[in-house]
Design a protein around this ligand. Structure first.
Ligand SMILES: [Mg+2]
Length: 276
């Protein structure tokens, strides 16, 4: 059996308020030793993914900006496959829209509705740093977007429906992660990217051999959780779990990275059988 682990970062592998992964380090080391692919599947940018890959010593493919693109290190798979372009030392499979188009759509919606919308592109690195509780260096990485735009929607909850409609009208999609709203291409979500990448893992290791696990915490993770064999959610800061009607959904008691460790122990490190 070849287990592939898809994991969200913010609020899941990383603590939502201080971005710490301390609690997960021993389990990460064991996964790497056992050669279990750890695939980041996150709203974060290419630059942020590279930062955490470097920090954690992870060399597996990763999915950026809520499914905007898959980055696969060259030579990772033993066969040739279709991809959109080469960038640095990656083969990139793109699904997302262009950043400039997304910015234009948000500007148009702001003009049409008067909604208080503030995108990362409207903010200085200092402002992003303050709002997201990041260092200025990390805020620069977070602003370096290619396929989606994150924004603050400073309006009452009932206005969210209008925002959804407006974004759909413009031909794009909306997701809501832990802290920010995201506008992105209609064809791009975490689930689509997970399916495409899982196919590549199946070609490499055999269709029957590959079992996928997904760990997340919020709404932008739903397509990823629906696309894996074993979905799991970690507890959020407010004590709740993401609700979704998946029969075999596992709810970890632990919050953020502690819940992440619980899922990894239960489904990977203790060799429990998959129920699906
Ligand atoms: Mg999250």
């Amino acid at each position: 059996m070849k287990i592939v682990l898809y994991t969200d970062l913010d609020g899941t592998l990383l603590d939502l308020s201080n971005y710490s992964y301390e609690a997960a380090l021993p389990a990460l080391t064991t996964l790497k030793r056992r050669k279990i692919p750890i695939v980041f599947c996150t709203a974060k940018t290419l630059a942020e993914n590279e930062y955490y890959r470097e920090e954690l010593g992870i060399r597996d493919p990763f999915i950026v900006e809520n499914g905007g693109a898959i980055f696969i290190p060259q030579g990772y798979f033993s066969f040739d496959f279709d991809y959109t372009k080469e960038m640095k030392h990656y083969c990139v499979i793109e699904f997302g829209a262009r950043y400039e188009e997304l910015r234009a759509a948000l500007n148009a919606i702001r003009a049409e509705t008067g909604f208080k919308i503030k995108g990362f592109g409207d903010m200085t690195p200092e402002e992003v740093a303050k709002d997201a509780n990041l260092s200025i260096e990390k805020a620069r990485l977070a602003k370096d977007k290619i396929y989606n735009e994150s924004f603050i929607f400073d309006e009452p909850a009932e206005k969210e429906k209008i925002l959804f409609e407006k974004i759909h009208e413009k031909g794009f999609s909306l997701t809501h992660g832990g802290r920010y709203y995201n506008i992105h291409g209609r064809n791009a979500d975490k689930g689509k990217a997970v399916k495409v990448l899982t196919e590549l893992f199946r070609r490499e290791y055999g269709a029957e051999a590959v079992k996928t696990i997904g760990i997340g915490d919020s709404r932008n993770d739903i397509p990823m959780l629906e696309a894996v064999d074993q979905p799991a959610v970690v507890r959020r800061k407010d004590g709740t779990w993401l609700e979704l009607p998946l029969k075999n959904l596992y709810k970890a008691r632990g919050e953020g990275p502690e819940g992440w460790v619980e899922v990894v122990n239960k489904f990977i490190l203790t060799n429990l059988k998959f129920k699906k």
